[in-house]
Design a protein around this ligand. Structure first.
Ligand SMILES: C[S@@+](CC[C@H](N)C(=O)[O-])C[C@H]1O[C@@H](n2cnc3c(N)ncnc32)[C@H](O)[C@@H]1O
Length: 247
């Protein structure tokens, strides 16, 4: 079962739409996605080592490297052309990007980080994966993560209000378009909340936009274990929530 789903994702190819991705995005959603990606940028200025999964043409990573000159990053993507555009965008945004950025053309599902990181970023990437793949990815990476690290995730969502039906129709058409253009076989938004929670992450902040269709969320792995020290755990989570609230 796992081998089959991994095989399906490996066949996805974003090379064909890599150069037009930015313009397709602008035509459909304007600047809403980039605003969503960068919403929590002020919370990322003290991180030192990032693992960025499926960042596409790298507009987010370019902005992050420019905003945080101490940060080193590993970017993982299966698309050769997306990675090439990512390197170009990062080099244009920061003169030190070449020494701070390493790219890896490999599936995130099989990539093993070589260095410990204190930030993982996945913008509109988990929704390319099936539910078993999201479960596998989060559990695999969580096994090697330092307590205290952050995972920034953005994705589409179906809001529980009057926008539910239009959101369903929009998301279904997006999947149909990506299936045609890239060979993507995923057809439903996977749930990332359950695997994050199972891996002992806590969602410390979230922001919904575009009538609830977009979500960006900061998940943290508290340093204190909730069962070993419930009070210390609560204090730590509340401190992180307060930090992100003043941003
Ligand atoms: C929908 S695009 C999202 C791009 C960008 N993160 C954004 O915010 O728009 C998905 C990206 O993930 C990459 N991708 C798809 N499956 C992957 C996998 N299994 N491992 C690594 N990258 C993958 C694609 O090549 C593409 O660059």
């Amino acid at each position: 079962m796992k081998t089959k789903t991994l095989q399906m994702t490996t066949n996805v190819n974003f090379d064909r739409i890599a150069r037009s991705y930015r313009w397709l995005e602008h035509l459909t959603l304007g600047s809403a996605l980039q605003r969503c990606r960068t919403h929590f940028m002020p919370a990322l200025l003290h991180q030192r080592r990032a693992l960025v999964l499926g960042d596409g043409d790298g507009r987010f990573l370019a902005a992050l490297l420019a905003a945080n000159p101490q940060l080193h990053a590993d970017a993982v993507d299966t698309s050769r052309i997306m990675l090439q555009l990512l390197r170009e965008h990062c080099a244009a945004a920061s003169s030190t990007a070449a020494t701070r950025l390493k790219t890896h053309q490999v599936s995130a599902l099989t990539y093993t980080p070589v260095r410990a990181c204190d930030l993982i970023v996945s913008h509109f990437f988990l929704d390319c994966l099936t539910q078993p793949e999201v479960d596998l990815l989060i559990h695999r990476l969580a096994a090697n993560l330092q307590p205290g690290m952050l995972w920034l995730v953005s994705d589409f969502r179906i809001p529980p209000n009057g926008m539910r039906l239009p959101a369903h129709i929009f998301v279904r058409s997006l999947y149909a378009a990506f299936s045609l253009l890239t060979g993507l076989r995923t057809t439903h938004l996977p749930d990332h909340v359950r695997p994050f929670t199972e891996a002992r992450f806590v969602r410390i902040a979230h922001h919904h936009s575009l009538f609830g269709l977009l979500t960006t969320e900061l998940w943290a792995r508290p340093i204190v274990h909730p069962e070993a020290d419930p009070i210390g755990y609560r204090v730590e989570v509340e401190a992180e929530v307060n930090l992100t609230q003043v941003l």
